[in-house]
Design a protein around this ligand. Structure first.
Ligand SMILES: Nc1ncnc2c1ncn2[C@@H]1O[C@H](COP(=O)(O)OP(=O)(O)O)[C@@H](O)[C@H]1O
Ligand SMILES: O=P(O)(O)OC[C@H]1O[C@](O)(COP(=O)(O)O)[C@@H](O)[C@@H]1O
Ligand SMILES: [Mg+2]
Length: 491
């Protein structure tokens, strides 16, 4: 496994607490780099756009809820085409790699990178790396043309293949150098972006004119800073089919229980949003909110109550929920991710065992695990548009000479984010936030938290706005940590 990243963030400060967490540029380590006018100037589709080129000083604030005396805070460089580019079209030799687990939209991102390079910048040499990071040194490359990728967005998966493990920085950079590649597009999650940071650092150490652009991929939506990740919307939509099936099965049986396990190793976003969207779910369990089975306020007591009231119920459980209740196996996958136990199967067994004594009206439990069915579908319309914008932003940034960045949506705007901000933490559901409260009030499930736990969670979140009744006049100067629940506490 690769070593730790030494990624140094460029920070520019300004008036009133303005901070730009900037991304590197080739000129940071290559002096006198020639530039060229952006070919988009003469592109008929774009030449009519008013202010098509992004102003060099444009940046996007990370926090948009402010008070009158707030500091301006952290900003990211706005993505988009620049007046000048650092690559002549014929000079570009790009490659694209997809790593980690599957996610709807991967093919759309690949397609749009190839199309943008060719149709916007006249760059025609693009290679696909076969099967993730190890493909750089262990496999042949795949030539990618606009024609070859024209219809791939209608297919699930990734036409390039993907893998876990196999990251070897030196071998990868050797392969980039040997093949004369000068733009590297890396599509993947937190692990992949850590690997991308190491590749960028080695390229910089060797002084190569090679840009490294990341496109964040995580179906779990666990990447911080960005509004949401591509494929997430599709996953929530597809999860509805599993929840519907569970509901139909549960409703059709006496004391019917449907259990659906959804993705989310460390973050319960898919489970939370699928539950809120469906309205048929009686209980949603996520990794961020610990729960217990037995006794007062426990899950089994709640199930008993719901069955008595309604005759059936649906439980959605994220794959990472309740892992502390199962016996840990301490196994890892090839990338070093902890292998989780099947909590859906476990909870189904626990419920069955508990109600096995109920001989008069026994329960009927059906367990559905739609994980790989959800992951394998093509992206929906909203994700397709999002993937297109992410890919175009990455291409604009790379052509302009930015490197060591991930392209991502921040407060609805496309930005370039330094690698370390993407890899330093994980986006999690904030259970003291309004969105989780909305979920609890829509399912009516217990929070499984006593006053002591609530206090501890609140302390972890930092200072909160006082209720008006508490303070008499609001609480000037205090931070409102509440968001729509889709961002973690660091955002
Ligand atoms: N800390 C790390 N440093 C370098 N490469 C890593 C690191 N973590 C993961 N990788 C590589 O990134 C790729 C994808 O990682 P993985 O965790 O499986 O998926 P994801 O990128 O979706 O989180 C794998 O090839 C893995 O070897
Ligand atoms: O069976 P696999 O391929 O290891 O994937 C399982 C994991 O992939 C995911 O869907 C996404 O994981 P990554 O973001 O690391 O690709 C997780 O929710 C799930 O735990
Ligand atoms: Mg990951």
């Amino acid at each position: 496994m690769a070593s730790m990243s030494n990624y140094q963030m460029k920070v520019i400060t300004g008036d009133s607490g303005y901070v730009l967490q900037d991304v590197p540029h080739l000129t940071d380590y290559i002096p006198n780099l020639p530039t060229y006018p952006n070919p988009l100037r003469s592109n008929p589709a774009y030449s009519v756009v008013k202010q098509y080129f992004v102003d060099m000083d444009d940046s996007v604030p990370q926090k948009i809820v402010v008070h009158k005396d707030s500091q301006r805070g952290v900003h990211f460089r706005r993505a988009g085409p620049r007046q000048k580019v650092c690559f002549a079209p014929e000079e570009v030799h790009a490659c694209i790699v997809t790593c980690g687990g599957l996610c709807p939209g991967l093919n759309t991102v690949i397609r749009e990178i190839v199309h943008s390079l060719d149709y916007m910048y006249g760059a025609t040499r693009v290679l696909g790396i076969d099967g993730g990071y190890r493909g750089f040194f262990a496999k042949n490359t795949i030539p990618l043309t606009p024609k070859a990728v024209d219809h791939i967005h209608k297919r699930g998966g990734t036409i390039l293949g993907t893998s876990r493990g196999g990251h070897d920085t030196m071998k990868i950079v050797d392969s980039i150098q040997d093949r004369g590649i000068n733009q590297v597009y890396i599509i993947g999650g937190d692990g992949t972006q850590k690997g991308a940071a190491l590749i960028y650092e080695e390229i910089r150490r060797r002084g190569l004119k090679v840009v490294v652009a990341g496109i964040p991929k995580t179906i779990d939506n666990d990447i911080p800073v960005i509004d949401r990740s591509f494929g997430f919307d599709t996953a929530v939509e597809e999860a509805q089919r599993a929840i519907n099936a569970a509901h139909v099965e549960a409703e059709s049986a006496e004391n019917g229980i449907g259990v659906v396990k959804l993705m989310g190793r460390y973050s319960g976003f898919i489970a939370m949003y699928a539950t809120l969207a469906s309205r048929d779910v009686d209980c949603c369990l996520i990794p961020e909110s610990p729960f217990y089975l037995d006794g007062e306020g426990g899950l089994l007591e709640y199930i008993d109550k719901r069955l008595k009231e309604n005759g059936h119920m649906v439980i959605v459980i994220a794959e990472g929920a309740g892992q502390e209740l199962l016996t840990a196996k301490n196994e890892q996958d090839a990338s070093g991710n902890k292998l989780l136990q099947d909590v859906g199967l476990w909870i189904s067994q626990q419920i069955k065992e508990h109600f096995s004594k109920r001989t008069k009206s026994p329960i009927t439990l059906k367990y559905i695990d739609p994980t790989y069915m959800i992951r394998a579908i093509p992206s929906n319309a909203a994700d397709n548009v999002y993937c297109t914008l992410l890919a175009q932003s990455a291409v604009h940034g790379a052509m302009a000479g930015y490197t060591g960045f991930t392209s991502g949506l921040v407060n609805g705007r496309q930005t370039y984010i330094p690698f370390n901000r993407i890899t330093e933490s994980q986006n999690k559901v904030v259970i003291t936030d309004r969105m989780w409260a909305r979920l609890l009030s829509s399912t009516n499930q217990p929070s499984f938290l006593g006053p002591k736990e609530i206090d501890e969670f609140k302390k972890e979140q930092g200072p909160q706005t006082q209720l008006l009744e508490d303070s008499g006049k609001g609480a000037p100067g205090k931070t409102d940590t509440s968001t729509n629940g889709i961002k973690g506490k660091n955002t």
